[in-house]
Design a protein around this ligand. Sequence first.
Ligand SMILES: [Zn+2]
Length: 141
Amino acid sequence: MSTKICSRCMAVFDGHKWFYDEGEHTRLMRNRKIELALCPGHQRIEKRRIDGVVTLRGTFLRNHFDEAVNLINNIADRQLHRNVAARVYNMKENGDGLTVETTDTSLAERIGREFEKAFSGNLMIQWLRDAEFVRVNWQRD
Ligand SMILES: [Zn+2]
């Protein structure tokens, strides 16, 4: 297996595993013969594989909306460096809050735990289908 880079993000495959490395990706891009592929995260996005749904709700959320979106983006960015397959598939604002769909259970769980840590509130994590899918609910009024 040869070195590849993701055509949609800064993930790099070194012949054994995928990892996220902006510097290495930029360096490899200069090589015109480098093979382009989709990293595991983008493969999941392509297949619309959703492994976690996070629902965030409550008055506190509505009053701290930008802060909440920033926190989600920061968590997603950190998790990406641990696991390239863990991505936010979709984030949408709905009537009473924010729904985040993720391609990996670990990211959904982490968003819930980090919200509880940062803002307290009530967290409920529900594992489904032999822990292959997680539903995370966080609320603070
Ligand atoms: Zn990618």
